[in-house]
Design a protein around this ligand. Structure first.
Ligand code: A3P
Length: 322
């Protein structure tokens, strides 16, 4: 451990026991920190980012609340930014899960007990995060500061169902499955990984209005409906718009096809499930249905209404604060 890291770890060890804990949806406990429910892993990651991450103007951060389309957005951003480096017929995304190409910030900031790995990554660094916008240091979030965020949100009803399936896949075998009702109460109360879900969304949404050059706000449903337009939007935001020549060559369509659920979920690399100690989650765990509206197969009308009401109230409150 380098000295700076040692200090952060010490602060973390002192802070953790002072935070209110709640049971997580799988193994983890969650701790309430600055308004959000984080695992100890995420909290330590956040503290390390605050103390040690050195942003660059070229950094691109894929930000999501879990289950909103992280895997998809990682793939899209990677293929947009690197479109001139690879052939679509022999693409890194055909052999790697997107998480191997767009590394998880809270995870890689740990590696080898110093920031040397993350400091050594070549520019432009593509990183992903689940951390709420407000938990990043000012040097990353100020309008004048370096680095950009691409955020994707999704209908909370689909997020909840996706999360519930995911939690039951990851839960230790000796534990009974978490029931839909138990997970639902917890989600509605805001107690879920990086939750409350709505506060996470509102944080990035406000930032995208206040700093449109720094934060791009996308919706899963829009990307599903008009993927090509969204790819163009992301490219424009990142300062690498498609040229007329690229449009003629239908590069946008190539990217859409490469990153589609149908293509990605059928790749060998995303079907195999080797879970080593570093990867508690298998590649295939990130692909389930990839649809809009699957909630209707699981939620009672009453549950759907409750979630819609919370969403409406939270959004109204959020708009008032603008
Ligand atoms: P479902 O559980 O509703 O199917 P994340 O990547 O943030 O963990 O989110 C996972 C969700 O995104 C899952 O939703 C998964 O099926 C879906 N997904 C994964 N890859 C996708 C893709 N290429 N296009 C659309 N959805 C995708």
């Amino acid at each position: 451990l380098d000295e700076g890291y040692q200090k952060t770890y010490q602060n973390f060890d002192e802070l953790l026991p002072t935070l209110p804990p709640r049971k997580g949806w799988w193994l983890d406990q969650l701790f309430q920190y600055q308004g959000f429910w984080l695992s100890s892993f995420a909290l330590r990651g956040d503290m390390l980012v605050n103390d040690h991450f050195k942003p660059r103007p070229t950094d691109i951060i894929v930000a999501t609340s879990p289950k909103c389309g992280t895997t998809w957005l990682r793939a899209l951003v990677f293929s947009i930014v690197n479109r001139n480096s690879f052939d679509f017929s022999d693409h890194p995304l055909s052999k790697n899960n997107p998480r191997e190409l767009v590394l998880f910030l809270e995870g890689v900031i740990y590696s080898d007990g110093s920031s040397s790995f993350i400091d050594g990554l070549p520019s432009p660094r593509l990183l992903s995060t689940h951390l709420p916008f407000s938990l990043f240091p000012k040097r990353m979030t100020d309008d004048s500061s370096d680095c950009r965020f691409v955020y994707i949100c999704r209908d909370p009803k689909d997020v909840f169902i996706s999360k519930w399936h995911f939690a039951n896949k990851l839960r230790a075998k000796e534990l009974p499955p978490i029931t839909l009702e138990e997970a639902f109460d917890s989600f509605c109360q805001g107690v879920s990984h990086y939750g409350p879900f709505w506060d996470h969304v509102l944080g990035y949404w406000k930032a995208s209005l206040e700093s449109p050059k720094k934060v791009l706000f996308l919706k899963y449903e829009d990307v599903k409906k008009q993927p090509a337009d969204c790819v163009r939007k992301v490219a424009g935001f990142l300062g690498v718009p498609f040229s007329p020549e690229e449009e003629n060559k239908e590069i946008v369509e190539e990217i859409v096809k490469l990153c589609s659920f149908e293509n990605m979920s059928n790749l060998e690399v995303n079907k195999t499930d080797t879970k080593d100690s570093a990867n508690l989650i298998g590649n295939s765990d990130f692909f389930r249905k990839g649809e809009v509206g699957d909630w209707a197969n699981h939620l009672s009308p009453q549950m759907a209404e409750t979630l819609d009401q919370i969403t409406e109230q939270k959004l109204k409150a959020g708009i008032k604060q603008l």
